[in-house]
Design a protein around this ligand. Structure first.
Ligand SMILES: Cc1cc2nc3c(=O)[nH]c(=O)nc-3n(C[C@H](O)[C@H](O)[C@H](O)COP(=O)(O)OP(=O)(O)OC[C@H]3O[C@@H](n4cnc5c(N)ncnc54)[C@H](O)[C@@H]3O)c2cc1C
Ligand SMILES: NC(=O)c1ccc[n+]([C@@H]2O[C@H](COP(=O)([O-])OP(=O)(O)OC[C@H]3O[C@@H](n4cnc5c(N)ncnc54)[C@H](O)[C@@H]3O)[C@@H](O)[C@H]2O)c1
Length: 470
């Protein structure tokens, strides 16, 4: 009998195991495959490596503009996949967290196969390992949600990028969220003719509307076909050069063909192998494991963390919820998951990112100033020849608090973190505008946007010695 058994070794499971062992619990961590989970082996890390290759290509296309003679370059996809393997392996073998987990004496069972409950305190894996524990933490992550239509078996997910031997000449991407956009953007950069399909009026429906509009415009400029207002996908069928998708758009039946179709219509909990009923663990109406603020499931000694709970599905949030689950598993329910300022974004071309309320959300409850600076009016993007995009700060007029920040363009994800820190510190926009951020940098645009916001606040100036040049 061990004290804490953690199932799934992604960021949620790794942080949970580390915390439980750090608190003195005899801890075991069971991984179906390698340590690191989807995050390290099949999601952000390999996808980001492809995105880096796309970045190198777009930089290479500028060489001539900067007086550097280039005799042509071409993408060798199998070599890129070798680099992906190297990166994934490098991150896994240099994981400081893994070293600390081993150092704390956690029993790590990698490649153990799928774990399932035998009874509420006992699990067994498909490779024959049987473990019993007084507390169990479920960190099994998620899986791509399938399209349930005839011919869906002809479609693929982002994971299939690792099995391609060459860049497909054309691609249908179904789903205009983070995963779909990442795949569509990377393969457009690699030379595929991509058609991106999204139900509803815009891609990235949860981002600020200006972000969706700017990313859509830039994608179209790169030659991608962006088709929103999709009513429904009807079916897929084989054609000589790949696959044909039949769909309804604006009420009319239409079709599109490509060498490959990638489905990225959302993410659901990976619970199918667990046999949750054997432990009595309940799921919510969307199929995610139901947890309270202490990450407790419906069964008192079973906890859950990360994507399997369906909360904001990102690596830092998974890690934090794993920490909270383990703390409460060992010490009893004492640490609720705290409110988080959560920046989100992705490494498309152009990048996009956001934190806090969108302008539309903010206007529903606040008197708002929306201060926007375009990248083509800022020094560093002009120097680098990367002038697409903007930075928008959404500020509450009365309190001067920053309610949101939304950025499209080069290094948008990094830039947004600066605003996230200011928001977490509850820094009034006036103080943000006073920081002499380094010149010429991308993140300095947040300071510029803060100046612009301040110009609108001038009538209410608090007598501060600094007045911006409005
Ligand atoms: C393409 C893509 C790109 C992404 N990019 C980013 C990004 O840039 N930044 C970011 O923050 N987030 C990103 N995400 C989201 C991020 O990967 C997830 O939020 C994160 O991996 C969740 O961590 P987790 O520990 O909950 O689960 P996972 O990382 O999914 O790990 C769960 C592990 O549990 C294993 N498992 C499942 N069932 C069982 C079982 N029954 N028995 C044993 N093991 C089991 C799984 O095989 C998996 O290895 C991306 C996601 C995708 C799909
Ligand atoms: N930060 C990153 O770079 C990154 C990258 C990938 C995924 N993620 C995380 O993983 C999670 C899952 O992302 P995701 O993109 O897989 O899912 P998602 O739910 O974020 O996006 C799915 C998109 O598909 C659309 N859609 C749904 N049904 C459709 C249909 N039948 N036809 C066409 N479009 C349809 C939805 O409107 C939505 O825009 C998210 O929480 C995200 O934060 C993050």
């Amino acid at each position: 009998m061990i004290d804490v058994l953690v199932i799934g070794a992604g960021p949620a499971g790794a942080f949970a195991a580390h915390r439980a062992a750090g608190l003195g619990a005899r801890t075991a961590l069971v991984a179906r495959e390698e340590f690191g989970g989807m995050a390290a082996n099949d999601g952000p890390v390999p996808v980001r490596t492809l995105a880096h290759a796309a970045r190198l290509l777009r930089e290479a296309r500028q060489l001539d503009r900067y007086g550097i003679a280039a005799d042509g370059f071409r993408l060798d996809y199998p070599r890129l996949l070798d680099r992906v393997d190297e990166v994934v392996h490098g991150i896994r073998t240099h994981s400081a967290l893994r070293d600390r987990i081993d150092g704390l004496g956690v029993q790590v069972h990698e490649h153990a196969g799928t774990t399932r409950f035998v009874d509420p305190y006992t699990v067994e894996t498909s490779r024959g390992l049987r473990l019993q524990a007084t507390k169990i933490i479920l960190c099994t992550g998620g899986v791509s949600r399938p399209l349930v239509v005839p011919g869906a078996e002809l479609t693929h997910t982002h994971s299939d990028a690792w099995t391609l031997r060459e860049v497909p000449p054309s691609m249908l991407v179904i789903g205009g969220g983070a995963t779909g956009l990442q795949v569509a953007s990377v393969f457009t950069a690699f030379g595929s003719r991509v058609q991106l399909f999204q139900t509803g009026p815009r891609i990235l429906p949860s981002e600020d509307a200006d972000v969706s509009a700017a990313v859509t415009a830039a994608f179209r400029e790169h030659g991608m076909v962006v088709r929103d207002e999709l009513d429904a996908v009807r079916s897929f069928e084989k054609v000589p050069d790949g696959v044909r998708m039949r769909f309804i758009q604006n009420g009319a039946l239409d079709s599109a063909e490509a060498a490959l179709a990638i489905v990225a219509i959302g993410w659901s909990a990976d619970t199918t192998g667990l046999d949750l009923p054997a432990a009595g663990v309940e799921t919510d109406e969307r199929g995610f494991v139901r947890v309270d603020a202490y990450q407790r499931t419906s069964v008192p000694h079973v906890f859950a963390a990360g994507d399997v709970t369906g909360r904001l599905m990102l690596v830092p949030q998974a890690a934090q919820s794993g920490f909270v689950a383990a703390t409460n598993a060992v010490r009893g329910p004492e640490l609720p998951l705290w409110d988080q300022i959560s920046p989100v974004g992705s490494f498309t071309d152009p990048e996009y990112a956001g934190v806090g309320l969108t302008e539309t959300q903010a206007r529903q409850e606040h008197d708002v100033i929306a201060a926007t600076v375009r990248l083509d009016a800022a020094a560093r993007p002009i120097i680098d020849g990367r002038t697409t995009g903007f930075c928008k700060l959404v500020v509450d007029r009365a309190s001067q608090r920053i309610l949101g920040c939304h950025v499209v363009g080069e290094r948008a994800v990094e830039t947004t973190q600066l605003a996230a820190v200011a928001m977490a510190a509850r820094m009034p926009v006036r103080e943000l505008a006073r920081i002499p951020l380094s010149f010429p940098t991308y993140s300095a645009i947040v300071g510029r946007a803060a100046y612009v916001a301040l110009c609108h606040l001038r009538p209410d100036a608090d007598g501060s010695p600094y007045e911006p040049p409005c």
